[in-house]
Design a protein around this ligand. Structure first.
Ligand SMILES: [Zn+2]
Length: 202
């Protein structure tokens, strides 16, 4: 993580592996969220992770991290995004997360998209899409609905494949079923198609 910046070795191909100016800057933050996601299955939770970065875009300080803890606490609202937003607000000593970015491995559900807008987050960056319960462009697009007065910027599909992989694996391996409607929800397992995971818990 340290060392000299950009050794000028290749003048012609500075970014050989990528080349997406919109998404590439967010890759490190999404990877951080992925590390969080991988901790969720320890409690039977769907592997979704989130990070809140303070003002400064991709280089903003990490204010909070969280993973799905719905099963861990028996709390239907304990989605990674909500927990991360709460922790960031505690850290800032206020609910307005102005200038902050919510980074999450899976497209937010309706609850989390709503919480994000209420927190006045400036931007939402996510990895895999959730075609069954996503509320940031898939099933709904709450974050860009013109009727809402605060509309964060949305950047989707950052490391989508890598973010979806743990979800696929989780559902493929047979998650502990705790009842009907054990949907993912911030943990949505519906994300990556063909996972066989249940749809959002609603
Ligand atoms: Zn959610």
């Amino acid at each position: 993580m340290r060392g000299t910046n950009h050794p000028p070795a290749h003048d012609t191909a500075p970014e050989p592996a990528h080349g997406d100016p919109l998404r590439d800057p967010w890759v490190p933050a999404v990877r951080r969220a992925l590390v969080e996601a991988l901790a969720a299955p320890a409690t039977g939770d769907v592997p979704v992770g989130a990070v809140v970065l303070g003002p400064g875009g991709p280089r903003g300080p990490v204010l909070a991290t969280a993973h799905n803890e719905r099963e861990a606490h028996g709390d239907p609202t304990a989605h990674a995004e909500v927990l991360a937003l709460r922790r960031a607000a505690e850290r800032l000593d206020g609910w307005r997360l102005t200038g902050c970015t919510l980074v999450v491995t899976l497209e937010p559900c309706a609850m989390c998209a709503g919480a994000t807008a209420l927190a006045r987050v400036e931007r939402v960056v996510y990895g895999a899409v959730d075609p069954k319960a996503g509320a940031a462009g898939s099933v709904w697009d709450l974050l860009r609905d013109r009727r809402v007065n605060h509309r964060p910027e949305v950047i989707s599909g950052v490391l989508a494949g890598e973010c979806g992989e743990p979800l696929s694996r989780f559902f493929r391996s047979g998650r502990p079923a705790t009842g009907p409607g054990t949907g993912p929800g911030s943990g949505a397992g519906s994300a990556v198609a063909s996972t066989g995971g249940s749809p959002d818990g609603s």
